[in-house]
Design a protein around this ligand. Sequence first.
Ligand SMILES: Cc1cc2nc3c(=O)[nH]c(=O)nc-3n(C[C@H](O)[C@H](O)[C@H](O)COP(=O)(O)OP(=O)(O)OC[C@H]3O[C@@H](n4cnc5c(N)ncnc54)[C@H](O)[C@@H]3O)c2cc1C
Length: 372
Amino acid sequence: MRDFGGIVERSPVRVVRPRSADEVARAVREAAAQGLDAVPRGLGHSTYGQSLTGGVSIDLRELTGVEVGAGHAVGAGHAVAAAGTSWREVLAATLPHGLAPPVLTDYLDVTVGGTISAGGIGGTSHVHGVQAGNVLALDVVVDGEPVVCSPAVRPGLFDAVRAGLGRHGVITRATLPLVAAPERVLCCTIPCRDAEDVLRVQRDVTADDMSAQVKPSEDGDGWTYEAKAVLHGDKAEPPPGTTEVEELSYFDFCDRLRPDVEELIRLGEWARPHPWAMVFLPASRAAEVIEATLADMTTAALGLSGVILIKALRVGHVPMLAVPDDPVLFSVLRTASPGCASVADMLAANRTLLDRARAVGGTRYAVDSVPA
Ligand SMILES: Cc1cc2nc3c(=O)[nH]c(=O)nc-3n(C[C@H](O)[C@H](O)[C@H](O)COP(=O)(O)OP(=O)(O)OC[C@H]3O[C@@H](n4cnc5c(N)ncnc54)[C@H](O)[C@@H]3O)c2cc1C
């Protein structure tokens, strides 16, 4: 069995596909009785074996479903989603009520349980924090028993499970806060000079959703930087420095990666190994690490469909997600395309980036691919 990274391969003793919390609990108890690890798996979109095991694989994709409740003490409403539900399915259930989760991942086809166990960063994370910080309560199987936890009930377990990579329990259901969803959004492109300029824009411009990408320059001799500020509503004024504006429905914006993903599947790039590096850098040192990394880097080290992202964020109270103060996520999402650097070279480059990040107080996003 493999994951999206396509680098690590493990053969589980068995795969179980539970449809209820009780079936998860039974699978965990049976694995323990045999002395086997039980490792939960969402859609296996982590990149270095995080969801793989030689023991019992608990595949949660049949544990799905969303209920939307109007009104909640802390906001516009809430949703109760089974752990194997994708964020696409959550959004499909909430949008008819004019509601959405405060934070969505850039790519919607990952699971509620998987991203709460990872952290879950999205374009709104500079305002709302990470998905693991936007949870009202969790149903979890711990030591083979289903229990509920929240900030008020078993808070220690609640803190251990969120961003806990499945090591402290299997999430079976999450109660999520919802916020009002806009009908339309304005996507404003702001070209930037360099990483410092990207960070300035991300700090100074007020936007509902904020991201930035670094792309190979057209002359092939360097990199271009582009921030994207997304404003909810269609009446908003584009921020200074905007050179392009696109108006989209909110759903099309949330699902913006889908056409590219379909193309990558068609080209075969989606099935190639993905040695991804993702590090959290302190904002005060982020530009120097990003620039040093890009100065060393060729397009062959990124792959034909590789992507580089910069995102300033805040995390909130998620103790298991270790980040420096004022964190910036720097992601070098490599694809080992034919004619490009080898997987081994890409992994070595990821190691170099992580060492560089650690030298300035940075940390890693644990769903990345970095050899020990
Ligand atoms: C194309 C793509 C785009 C992505 N975009 C983003 C993004 O915008 N933001 C972001 O933060 N991340 C992003 N990711 C990374 C994503 O957060 C991780 O892949 C994450 O692991 C979610 O994927 P998954 O649901 O497939 O979980 P898996 O990869 O299956 O699992 C991830 C980890 O969580 C554990 N786990 C899974 N389900 C449960 C559960 N129910 N209970 C307890 N533990 C569990 C697993 O054992 C594993 O350790 C992206 C990944 C891909 C491939």
